[in-house]
Design a protein around this ligand. Structure first.
Ligand SMILES: Cc1cc2nc3c(=O)[nH]c(=O)nc-3n(C[C@H](O)[C@H](O)[C@H](O)COP(=O)(O)OP(=O)(O)OC[C@H]3O[C@@H](n4cnc5c(N)ncnc54)[C@H](O)[C@@H]3O)c2cc1C
Length: 552
């Protein structure tokens, strides 16, 4: 499959003379926080088209609960926020990026408030919560645990009102178009309009994460890694893909979707208990329930293995009466849907795939190594998170890099002017004679194997097997041209899963969220990034030193 993958530049067939064409200055892929923030910034100076594969609010951002990290209290300061971020990043964080982002945070929060985001108040100031790995309470939130929904309410409203932003919902971006090494547009599919070609001076990739590559995840269905694989096929560098963060506490009710229970619940004082009813976290880490996510996830996993139990429990029964429901109304409602009363019952939880720390390598302005392509949000790897993301730092990253990508895209559009003719790019792959597999079966089996072999704990044997299995499926899936989004998503998930497994097999040490049972120690020799690129014989893996963020 690696060879098939390496040679596969486009997933779909297209010929410019047969398709409708649309022209704009800046094309934004994705309507989450990163994409909308980029669109709003660019639209002050040029025309912007936002393409999003589902309804506009079907983005991971809408599900964010805990909030946004920002040093606001008198006892706190951005340097302390930077130190916490650096500590959690386990040697892979870019110090300059981290210091820059946390110092920018207060002004971005001020701007969101001016735009109408209703952050929760405490007296005259902002209410702030505490989360794992933070040495101070510094998480601003909205409507208790509905921060993402509130952010989206304001950003969507603003984008819809903006005269220079057009939004195409239900429009699936299949691939980036490139000409002479430069990204010049995209080819899309819309159920009503079929295939279309969009052309722009700059494309901003803000397509979010890849959680759906795993059977158990907090991510919504849109998170199939499409943007990462589009960039990979176009020749961009993907960085640190082995770093998949597992959230320690998602509600575990057999058969139900894995809904997140925000870390802020532990920040408010919840305990983690094993099946025997013992509080186990203090045995694993002096910070107890507020240890960083990787530590808590591994501790839960160890307890589950030791007790042969499918889950552990969150205990909030000691909270003052009514406090949980008031502070976490969404989670309280969710528990009650399953007839669990947090005031009296233990909440069953277990870790699931949550956040992609790796992504398309970008520099401090969001520029990838492909001219014409910028990236922001979860799809980008900026160096902020290193080997482990500090809670509530990703919305912050999406805001700041979204704004920067939008600004750079607008500058380029102003400098270059709009192109109003297409490039003569076409792609026709002959029909494959090989057997067609049932793509639903492949997608489900892939998710299972990833959850089993490339999750919290990894080993060389299991990673090798996983790569073999994916390559086998890939031989029958990556050689064909399909004509519907779920098939392209399966092709994307196979591609990104192979990249994750290869990166995880390459990193022979344990660091941050990447835990190798056969290499349990952190090894200074591996204090480097792992980069992946498409090459004619498949996937090329290399290492890069920590230091300057990815340069174009
Ligand atoms: C349950 C949950 C809770 C979280 N809570 C927090 C929190 O409290 N604080 C925090 O900092 N972080 C949190 N995170 C992480 C954070 O929400 C995400 O990292 C962030 O919202 C990602 O934003 P984004 O704009 O990069 O991507 P998204 O918000 O996921 O947006 C991606 C967009 O791209 C579109 N798209 C994808 N593929 C295609 C395609 N092929 N064609 C067209 N469009 C496409 C999608 O439809 C979507 O509009 C949480 C994550 C989850 C899952």
């Amino acid at each position: 499959m690696r060879k098939t993958l390496g040679q596969r530049r486009y997933l779909t067939n297209f010929e410019p003379h047969r398709l409708p064409h649309l022209f704009t200055d800046v094309l934004v892929l994705g309507s989450g926080l990163g994409g909308l923030r980029a669109a709003l910034e660019a639209a002050d100076r040029c025309d912007v088209l936002v393409v999003t594969k589902d309804a506009i609010d079907q983005a991971t951002t809408s599900y964010a609960q805990g909030g946004i990290a920002v040093a606001t209290s008198p006892e706190d300061n951005p340097d302390s926020h930077a130190e916490d971020t650096l500590n959690v990043a386990c040697g892979l964080g870019h110090e300059a990026v981290i210091r820059d982002v946390v110092h920018q945070a207060p002004q971005h929060i001020r701007q969101l408030r001016e735009w109408g985001v209703e952050f929760d108040q405490h007296g005259d100031g902002l209410a702030i919560g505490r989360e794992g790995g933070h040495s101070h309470a510094r998480i601003v939130h909205a409507h208790g645990d509905a921060t993402g929904r509130e952010l989206m309410r304001v950003l969507v409203e603003r984008a819809r009102r903006h005269p220079r932003i057009r939004i195409f919902e239900g429009c699936f971006a299949i691939d980036l178009l490139s000409h002479d090494g430069q990204v010049v547009g995209i080819v899309t599919f819309h159920p009503k309009y079929g295939h279309q070609m969009f052309w722009a001076t700059t494309v901003v990739l803000a397509t979010g994460g890849l959680g759906r590559t795993y059977r158990e995840t907090t991510n919504p269905p849109i998170a199939t890694g499409d943007g990462l694989t589009m960039a990979f096929r176009a020749g961009a560098t993907l960085r640190d893909l082995e770093m998949v963060q597992f959230h320690p506490t998602t509600l575990y009710v057999a058969g139900a979707a894995r809904a997140l229970i925000t870390e802020a619940v532990r920040g408010e004082g919840a305990y983690l208990l094993n099946r025997a009813g013992e509080r186990f976290m203090p045995q694993y880490d002096p910070q107890g329930e507020l240890a960083p996510r990787d530590v808590v996830s591994r501790a839960i996993s160890a307890e589950m293995k030791r007790e042969r139990a499918p889950c552990v429990y969150l205990d909030v029964r000691h909270f003052p009466a009514g406090h949980f429901a008031e502070r976490f109304p969404t989670i309280d409602r969710l528990c009650r849907d399953f007839d669990l009363d947090p005031q009296h019952d233990l909440i069953p939880v277990r870790p699931t795939a949550h956040y992609s720390i790796g992504g398309v390598r970008v520099d401090t302005q969001g520029q990838t190594d492909l001219p014409g392509l910028l990236a922001c949000g979860e799809a980008a790897c900026t160096g902020l998170h290193g080997a482990n993301r500090l809670a509530s730092n990703s919305l912050l990253e999406g805001l700041i890099y979204g704004q920067r990508a939008g600004q750079l895209a607008a500058e380029r559009a102003e400098a270059n002017g709009r192109r109003d003719r297409p490039h003569a790019i076409s792609h026709l792959l002959p029909q494959s004679p090989r057997t067609e597999l049932d793509l639903n079966d492949v997608a489900h089996s892939l998710q299972s194997v990833m959850s089993r072999n490339v999750a919290i704990e990894r080993s060389a044997d299991r990673l090798r097997e996983t790569i073999e299995i994916i390559e086998f499926w890939g031989r029958y899936v990556m050689d064909k041209v399909f004509d519907e989004p779920s098939a392209w998503e399966t092709q994307n998930m196979l591609t990104i899963a192979l990249c994750i497994a290869m990166a995880a097999a390459t990193r022979c040490e344990s660091r941050g969220v990447h835990c190798r049972t056969d290499f349990p120690q952190t090894d200074p020799q591996w204090q480097c990034h792992i980069d992946l690129r498409r090459s004619d014989d498949g996937v090329q893996t290399s290492t890069a030193p920590i230091g300057e963020p990815g340069q174009a």
